[in-house]
Design a protein around this ligand. Structure first.
Ligand SMILES: Nc1ncnc2c1ncn2[C@@H]1O[C@H](COP(=O)(O)OP(=O)(O)OP(=O)(O)O)[C@@H](O)[C@H]1O
Ligand SMILES: [Mg+2]
Length: 363
């Protein structure tokens, strides 16, 4: 392991430990010395009988002190080295795991066993972070693979159409142009949806005071001709619903939901309900529609990018499957929550819960 020149933490801990033991030992010996002195006179006049004086005591005491201190030094160094090593062992494992993660291996986990202490807490937090990162990277890879696949499809169709046209120069070009245009429009829609998704994910938009009920009205009005064409009724309700966010993105969110509620509805005589409501700390947009019965499992997968439900619901609408993924990204960028529930009678109920607008800057 490469380390910058300098003392390792293990060595520093060992030296501090040994130093501390030496100091304690020296203090103890000093106390003993002072205690002994009280009973021993200073230099006595030479006398025939021999009573030990302080000089004799010093001569007897000093070598013992030296031996004890030397023993304490060795004990402190060896004990400190072993103790510091065992204390720092988890750190080595955490460092190794960090190195592996830095090299791109996110599947490794520290899984530190033993008592709950600070190292265990650090290791567990690190493991949680690795698990999250790994899931996120996997999701992004899946997304990139799906996006490339989806983008390749219109290009491949275009290629085939062009090949067919080249092999048969007498064909009617009008039809070819129409089909090319249709395929191209789809490719543009897909690219725009992808761009929108990344914009919402980056949270790079300005926030302003908006009225969610007005946004719902705007989206519904735009989509009314589509609903009428399909023989659907749209019912809207809700008073002023103040929220704080990007007008353009929230309009996109509502449009996607109402559009879904229209195109994934019953073939005829369906209904769409668009409601906004104000609660103490949140504002809620609910878009509900009649339609085919959906299983809870299917509903839980619909938000995934490029997920298109059963595909049986209506054949004349072939979306790219990013509508709900965009709704989810926009909701998250506004610190809100998105909930999808299957209606017992068939169809879907989508709820977007956003934090209520802050009261400060007046409208
Ligand atoms: N309101 C709804 N009622 C019933 N099913 C729905 C509803 N909204 C979405 N779904 C199902 O969820 C799938 C995913 O919806 P999403 O909006 O993400 O994609 P899409 O509508 O297929 O395509 P687009 O990207 O053009 O919106 C749809 O294909 C449909 O099966
Ligand atoms: Mg959609």
């Amino acid at each position: 392991m490469d380390r910058q020149p300098g003392l390792s933490v293990r060595l520093k801990l060992t030296l501090s430990y040994a130093g501390f033991i030496m100091l304690t030992g020296a203090l103890l010996l000093a106390v003993v010395w002072v205690f002994l002195l009280r009973y021993i006179p200073w230099r006595l006049a030479p006398a025939p009988w021999s009573i030990p004086d302080r000089i004799d005591l010093l001569a007897a005491f000093l070598p013992k002190v030296a031996i004890v201190l030397a023993f304490l030094l060795v004990f402190g160094l060896v004990g400190g080295w072993i103790l510091a090593g065992s204390m720092l062992a988890p750190l080595t494992r955490i460092t190794n795991a960090t190195r592996l993660a830095a090299n791109g291996s996110l599947s490794h986990r520290i899984q530190l066993e033993g008592r709950e202490d600070e190292f265990r807490e650090l290791a567990d937090a690190f493991d949680t972070m690795l698990a999250r990162l790994e899931a996120q990277v996997a999701e992004q890879q899946r997304f990139a693979a799906n996006a490339s696949h989806e983008l390749r499809t219109p290009l491949a169709i275009t290629q085939t159409l062009l090949d067919v046209a080249r092999s048969d120069p007498h064909r009617d070009n009008g039809e070819l142009v129409d089909r090319l245009r249709f395929v191209n429009t789809r490719a543009i829609d897909l690219t725009e949806a992808l761009l929108l998704l990344s914009r919402a994910d980056q949270r790079s938009f300005t926030r302003e005071h908006v009225d969610l009920s007005l946004i719902a009205e705007e989206a519904t009005e735009t989509l009314l001709p589509l609903a009428e064409k399909r023989g659907l009724t749209i019912e809207t309700s809700g008073d002023i619903t103040p929220a704080f966010g990007s007008h353009a993105l929230l309009l996109q969110l509502t449009t996607n939901l109402v559009h879904n509620a229209i195109v994934h509805n019953l073939p005829e005589q369906g209904t769409v309900w668009v409601t906004t409501s104000v609660h103490p700390k949140t504002v809620v947009l609910t878009v509900e529609n009649t339609g085919e019965k959906l299983t809870p499992h299917l509903v839980s997968t619909l938000v995934e990018p490029f997920q298109r439900g059963t595909g049986r619901i209506r054949t004349d609408h072939t979306g790219v499957g990013l509508g709900l993924a965009i709704v989810k990204s926009i909701t998250q960028a506004h610190d809100g929550t998105l909930t999808l529930t299957a209606r017992p009678a068939g169809g879907l109920r989508v709820t977007v819960q956003l934090p209520a607008a802050p009261l400060d800057t007046g409208r």
